[in-house]
Design a protein around this ligand. Structure first.
Ligand SMILES: *Cc1c(COP(=O)(O)O)cnc(C)c1O
Length: 384
């Protein structure tokens, strides 16, 4: 078969586990040349579809290195695993905000703790005081641009400055914002991590992760860890995620516009007690978000508390809504809702949950890219 005259405009899906070498010289080049001489050997280590995806996300995040800037992984959480294993060893300590995404808490506190990597949590508002909360063995701080589900806004530059002063690496989970509106490398993050299952993929049809590093040596470790543990993303999933990235900017504009319209609508609705969306001028995080996020956009995630702060009121909303199905993930082109009390915060003791603001009447919306008027009409009837 002669493929030399075929020039596909879009990179095909290289559904192959291994690549051929025509000679020992080619094999030698693969092992010794920088960037493997542009060759591929074994898909657990690298293949054209993940490399194209990593290069695309590196471009979106504004970090140098292209395909060498990091690794694409089989899920967001395997990206976190790669980031921690690439930078920490037994005896090291990871510091996180108490508001951290539940899956990250499980990975760090239940699994990595068994390998001797300890994690502790302080409220986000206190995290900036690293002189107080970092320990001699603190290696890494992990924080999120926007917290789940209450959309608390991180002061990224402030945290990055504190990390630099303490000589601690800063890993940012940029999932809720996406690189279309948030670029943590621009203010000093050392690593940026995504659940690409969310906005990067964008269509709720792929589970994937991405982790990138500013320092080429760390990026290389990410790739090594990804390859040696088989965390890497498969060809089809890489291809789908890459296709998602091509429309990221367009989608985020519409997600943000719709979410603002929904937040304004909910803020005026008598059945709603409180709305959490940094795009609202009265939101406590508004000024910080406006200074840090790009293009006057605040993303598609928001939460609200029903005036009747009960699970029964939430259930009535869920059963009536047509356009916000209860589906405990987020960031797809189609809207959805989730119920933090019974999903992300299910196993947290009730007292601590209340302290975090997770009450029975709290609903989180992932606002899609539908016509805003249709979304408002559906919310209106579901809350009626
Ligand atoms: C979903 C999510 C993750 C985990 O990603 P998976 O793709 O589900 O493994 C991490 N962080 C945040 C903020 C998320 O929403």
């Amino acid at each position: 078969m002669n493929l030399t005259n075929i020039h596909p405009k879009v990179t095909p899906i290289y559904q192959t586990s291994v690549f051929k070498f025509a000679s020992l010289a080619e094999l030698e080049e693969y092992y010794t040349a920088p960037g493997r001489g542009g060759r591929y050997g074994y898909s657990r280590s690298e293949h054209p579809n993940t490399e194209e995806l990593v290069a695309a996300v590196a471009r979106l995040e504004g970090v140098a290195g292209g395909a060498l800037a990091g690794v694409a992984t089989g899920a967001g959480l395997s990206g976190l695993l790669a980031a921690v294993l690439a930078t920490c060893r037994a005896g090291d300590h990871v510091l996180c905000p108490a508001e951290l995404y539940g899956g990250s808490v499980v990975l760090l506190s239940n699994e990595l703790s068994r390998l001797g990597i300890e994690t502790s949590y302080v409220p986000l508002a206190d995290l900036y005081d690293l002189a107080r909360h970092a320990r001699p063995n603190t290696k890494l701080v992990l924080a999120e641009i926007l917290s789940n589900p209450l959309l608390t806004v991180l002061d990224g530059p402030r945290l990055a400055a504190a990390c630099q002063a303490e000589g601690v690496l800063l890993l940012i989970d940029n999932t809720f914002a996406s690189p279309a509106i948030s670029q943590p490398f621009s203010w000093g993050a050392d690593m940026v991590w995504h659940s690409a299952t969310k906005y990067l993929g964008g269509h709720s049809d792929v589970t994937a992760g991405l982790v990138l590093a500013r320092d080429p040596a760390v990026a290389q470790r990410l790739r090594q860890v990804g390859g040696s543990l088989g965390l890497t993303l498969a060809p089809l999933e890489s291809w789908l995620t890459l296709r998602g990235t091509k429309t990221l900017r367009l989608r985020m504009r519409q997600h943000s516009e719709n979410a603002l319209a929904v937040a304004q609508f909910l803020a005026r609705h008598p059945a709603v007690g409180q709305v959490f969306y940094p795009g609202l001028p009265l939101d406590p995080g508004h000024a910080l978000a406006a200074a840090q996020l790009r293009g006057g956009q605040f993303g598609g995630m928001l939460s609200f508390r029903l005036a009747d702060d009960t699970a029964a009121a939430v259930d009535a909303f869920v059963q009536k809504s047509q356009l916000f199905p209860l589906a405990p993930s987020l960031a797809g082109v189609d809207s959805s809702c989730s119920y933090p009390l019974a999903t992300s915060h299910r196993y947290i003791p009730d007292e601590r949950r209340r302290a975090l603001g997770i009450t029975p009447g709290l609903i989180r919306l992932s606002v899609g890219i539908e016509e805003a008027g249709d979304l408002l009409a559906d919310l209106s009837q579901a809350l009626g």
